[in-house]
Design a protein around this ligand. Sequence first.
Ligand code: GUN
Ligand code: ZN
Length: 433
Amino acid sequence: MGALKLRSRLMSFVRNSDGAAAVEEQSDGVLVIENGKITAVMDASDFEVKGNALSECEDLRSCIIFPGFIDTHVHMPQLGILASYSDQLLDWLERYAFPAETAFCDPAFAAAQAEHFLHRIIALGTTCAQVFTTVHAHSCESLFSAAETKNMALVAGKVMMDRNAPEQLTQPPVPCARDCEELINRWHGKGRARYALTPRFAITSSDEQLALCGELLQGHTDVLLQTHLSENLQEIAEVGRLFPHARDYLDVYEGHGLNCSDATFAHSIHLSSNERARLLDAGAKIAFCPSSNLFLGSGFLDIQSIPRSHLSIASDVGGGTGLSMLHTCVEAYKVAQAQGQRFHPFEAFYAITAGNASTLGLADEIGQLKSGLSADLVVFDPTKPSQLAGRLGTCVDLTEELFAIMMLSDDRSIRRCYISGELVYEGTNQTWA
Ligand code: GUN
Ligand code: ZN
């Protein structure tokens, strides 16, 4: 098959040697894609100098091509409960999340939702995600199958729960571990799929279940771990009651080998300084979920206390209020502001591309516009919506431009998405009569 050549403004995000996030930009660039990979990134003028004709390229100069966005923590079965009015975390789980997940007992429903979920994230520019499915193995199976048809890099796991949840959502530790192992054997490393062991949180797993989870993690190279940690004060008190011998919340996971460099701990808002130090020492990562933390009233993560290499950013839908990673960055900015901190737009774009890729151990595969990486791309149309186009007209530098894009874009701004070099989404032109 011939190469795909796209001419556009190109932007990718890196971390400089001084530790600051920075933009690599070609204002008029060419991206060459072959067999699903990026094979060249260059200025249009260099492309011509090398003897190529620019007429061979598709002209997308009115757009910006970014690396596809990445979400490090999202719940596939919770799309249907976005914006559910309730009290904080534990009440919301009981009233909305658990009933929604119970509906996934039906394999046909689960399969349709898996497909729907991928369509929804892709339409917002997200080309890779680390996903909680439900306790049902078939829900995880369906999501991996749907991602495989799109050649999409997907990290997912079936939820592990053996207590403190409705009966249809719990499973004794041994059969649950057996299901996880079967899913790992079938999917982990198949194409672009990766498995993440997914104990929901300490409240819904016994020590026996967490121990088996630790054994699975030890026994399978490169398998990841995703769970929740220290999100809500009531939750933390309940963990203290359920695990009276643990010295703190992290210790519950640590005791079973789950505090490790393969782990992503969602939230981690209320950690003690000792817990934070142990988490960082182990090389574990935190998924900062600002829209969820605001929506559920969980609290403000002190992002300044966490080295950027340990900090990813995530939607956490349905606790989070939207799947857009740009919208998630807006909420991160507000959480930082509320604490007198800064969240620079270069940091935001770095986080949702290269940063989140390294959290998932995928920096050699995705997250930048770089030769050799998979061609997972967002073609962003800065002329939509009109309030963004208007604001961009007055921006004086890249910081202002990227900040406006982050703050004012919406689903209309996502013109196309490519995954493994294939066009998987083309936004419709929304015009008013
Ligand atoms: N803690 C345990 N389960 C969940 C969940 O589904 N969402 C959030 N935000 N926190 C959790
Ligand atoms: Zn979550």
